[in-house]
Design a protein around this ligand. Structure first.
Ligand code: PLP
Length: 241
């Protein structure tokens, strides 16, 4: 049975059960790490699932929703706004410059800032379409293979300077995806070290967006403040994204 076969009520109880399970696992990881659960924010990644699921999750207390494609994110953000449902939108996918204006219109935080040209496009767009600075995380590439997004460590300091030089943007921290084939602990230990470097230059940039369905408990042990959870909350997606 897939999500589409369920009635609205059945789907809501399924989401509620999944959410309770995820929250319990976040708390367990926090206990293991000696951290307070309030220091970890859950971002529900609803990509490929309907706006109704995002609304149900909001009704269950989820305040932060993640998406990785602008067209889909913009439509869902509009649908929830129209329904009077107030959530914060997180843009977590690779971002083309020509989408900067749209994303700057609805996003609370862009997790995937990884090159100077994108910084310029986002800052210019944010200056045009919003009153407050657009929150940004610099996506770091842990293994230096930047083809899947993320800046290499050697270019990180320059990118921090580029984001913090624009008043239309607010640098909040870093984001990372554990490289394929790496043990999560090895990846998240390195993410923590990169975060320390960024905070040494810019102490306010203290957020660490790390951890997905398969590895978020380890990311929390290594200091993640934002976890991006899709499939264990919403179900498996029909195709990999
Ligand atoms: C899809 C996605 C997630 C969520 O992945 P799951 O494994 O389904 O939890 C997290 N981060 C990014 C960048 C994504 O694209």
């Amino acid at each position: 049975m897939t999500a589409a076969d369920l009635t609205g009520e059945e789907r809501r109880s399924e989401l509620a059960a999944n959410l309770a399970d995820v929250r319990a696992r976040i708390e367990g990881a926090c206990t293991e790490a000696g951290r307070s659960p309030e220091t970890v924010k859950l971002i529900a990644v609803t990509k490929t699932f309907p706006a109704g699921d995002a609304m149900s999750l909001a009704g269950l207390g989820v305040t932060d929703i993640g998406e990785n494609r602008d067209q889909e994110a913009a439509a869902k953000a509009a649908a929830l706004r129209e329904a009077g449902v107030d959530v914060r939108w997180h843009y977590v996918g690779q971002l083309q410059r020509n989408k900067a204006r749209s994303v700057a219109g609805y996003a609370h935080l862009v997790h995937s800032v990884d090159r100077p040209a994108l910084v310029t496009a986002l800052a210019n767009a944010a200056g045009q379409v919003r009153e407050d600075p657009l929150g940004c995380l610099i996506q770091v590439s842990v293994d230096g293979d930047t083809s899947r997004g993320g800046v290499a460590e050697s270019d990180l300091a320059a990118l921090v300077d580029s984001v913090t030089s624009r008043p239309e943007l607010a640098l909040r921290g870093i984001m990372a995806v554990a490289p394929l084939g790496w043990a999560p602990d090895r990846a998240f230990e390195q993410v923590a070290a990169l975060s320390e470097k960024v905070r040494a230059a810019f102490p306010r940039a203290c957020e660490i967006s790390a951890g997905m369905s398969g590895d978020f408990t380890r990311a929390i042990v290594f200091g993640a403040t934002l976890v991006r959870i899709g499939s264990i909350l919403l179900g498996s997606r029909s195709h990999l994204r």
